[in-house]
Ligand binder design. Structure first.
Ligand code: UDP
Ligand code: MG
Length: 136
């Protein structure tokens, strides 16, 4: 039985700024991840702090929140078979230098902080993160 899941993707400011939206979307479609909902937004630092609050004790938290609020982002709901794990795989490791060949972060990431994309890391967080941006 196939396990259809939804996950939250964010194209971060560094990638939006470099016009990489279509390149990244084409990687989703090649991997059978369907975009169910998408919007380009510019969030405040306070909203970023709420979104990333799981990292509030980390040394990089302040810079991370300021960065996510530094320019437009694209938030998307991706759907597909095992979408959460699949999307984490095609995204690649947090640090682009450590990411596998042909992953989004290897192809486009600049550094560990400007790593082009976000993806939910579990079923529970996918649900929370989708609700955060798309609370219908
Ligand atoms: N991050 C950072 N410095 C670090 C670790 C993480 O700036 O040493 C940023 C990076 O943008 C990362 C985000 O914080 O994507 C969230 O970190 P997490 O460990 O959840 O990585 P991810 O799930 O995005 O791979
Ligand atoms: Mg994470």
């Amino acid at each position: 039985m196939s396990n259809i899941e939804q996950t939250l993707s964010i194209i971060k400011p560094d990638a939006v700024e470099r016009n990489l939206i279509e390149d990244i979307k084409s990687i989703f479609s090649k991997n059978n991840l369907v975009i169910k909902n998408s919007k380009k937004i510019h969030i405040t630092k306070e909203e970023a702090a709420e979104f990333y609050k799981v990292h509030q004790s980390k040394p990089f938290y302040n810079d991370l929140c300021a960065y996510l609020a530094s320019g437009p982002i694209v938030v998307m709901i991706l759907e597909g078979v095992n979408a959460i794990t699949l999307y984490r795989e095609i995204m690649g490791a947090t640090d682009p230098k450590k990411a596998e060949k042909n992953t989004i972060r290897k192809l486009f990431g600049i550094s560990i902080d400007k790593n082009s994309v976000h993806g939910s890391d579990s079923t529970e967080n996918a649900k929370k993160e989708i609700e955060f941006f798309f609370n219908n």
